[in-house]
Design a protein around this ligand. Sequence first.
Ligand SMILES: NC(=O)c1ccc[n+]([C@@H]2O[C@H](COP(=O)([O-])OP(=O)(O)OC[C@H]3O[C@@H](n4cnc5c(N)ncnc54)[C@H](OP(=O)(O)O)[C@@H]3O)[C@@H](O)[C@H]2O)c1
Length: 381
Amino acid sequence: MKTIAILGSTGSIGTQTLEVVAENKDIKVAALAAGGHNLKLLERQIRQYCPSRVAVWEEAAAKELRASVRDLPVRVVSGMDGLIELSVMEEVDILVTAIVGMIGIRPTIEAIKAGKDIALANKETLVTAGHIIMPLARECGVRILPVDSEHSAIFQSLNGEDRKCISKILLTASGGPFRGKKRSDLEKVQVEDALKHPNWSMGQKITIDSATLVNKGLEVMEARWLFDVSLDQIQVVVQPKSIIHSMVEYVDGAVIAQLGTPDMKLPIQYALYYPDRRYLPGERLDFGKLSQITFEEPDMETFLGLPLAFDASRAGGSMPTVFNAANELAVSKFLHKRIRFLDIYEIISASMQAHKIIQNPTVEEILMTEQATYELIESRW
Ligand SMILES: NC(=O)c1ccc[n+]([C@@H]2O[C@H](COP(=O)([O-])OP(=O)(O)OC[C@H]3O[C@@H](n4cnc5c(N)ncnc54)[C@H](OP(=O)(O)O)[C@@H]3O)[C@@H](O)[C@H]2O)c1
């Protein structure tokens, strides 16, 4: 019997994690956390999975939830202290970080210090604080188990191999809803168009990130930290149907890939049960019907999210934080229809140009950099 806590239980990854729990009968859910935007769903989850502790970001929402679950033996906490309290609970074996954004940094670090394995979906944490998290995880003997489908595919393709023999990582990308379009086509695209991902149903922020290719940029940085490779060893390959979830090329030229139908429950379940495999209901690949898998180079001139991410990663230090923070705020503004799609690139690029890099930033410096980036953007846009 494993015991887990989930940060972001009401989101796309969080709800699918709970589906995996429901389909298997040997995982106990000790704690759930959410932002508080969907208290009805959170209450249903509490009644079904019986966690002993729940965190809601806003105290007002936590108060409302406390009243609606007062018949249950559950403690409802709030804010960052609440998230951290959940992440270090004695009985928790694995913390599932399915929260969105840099808010995941502190709870993840505290969970690692408390010896919890991390099933990591929250890529923003590694992008901004990978230089703190990965050495800390090694020091504490904690496993960082990737949930992102591409990183899970790489992780699976590395099974039994010597990591020193990696030649390169081939990170696949669907290309998003605007694949094939040029800059002029993107001038007037609407939020609704950007939210139509061809293969995956995900939270709003990551769906927009997929349309800008910022998500692929974040994944490049995530892969760099997770698999300890250089930027030059990561190649993005567009594979529109999301059948190959990523590949690893070895020094002898062999390429090992993981394939499957697009279903996030596979990488979630793999992370929860690693190194075991479990039966997972669902569609299987039918190679007879598939007939072909096509590949393209990413269009780095139109979709600036990717080259900007490479620039940020190459610059290092606090620059990935600026890239990420600028993107988080720009996406929020785009979702609220306050800026146009292409302004997202403009905001990221201008924020990066204005930034003076801090080498090896501490968590405090990362959070200060985030704040400074937000202030700069608010003063200009
Ligand atoms: N969705 C995917 O298929 C996918 C694939 C790979 C990686 N990822 C990564 O996984 C992470 C989650 O993505 P998602 O698509 O699942 O996002 P999502 O659907 O937007 O869900 C985000 C979750 O985080 C919670 N949350 C937001 N702010 C919070 C706060 N301040 N305190 C506590 N909880 C908070 C939300 O609660 P409310 O419901 O109350 O807002 C929700 O439960 C992201 O880092 C994303 O890049 C996602």
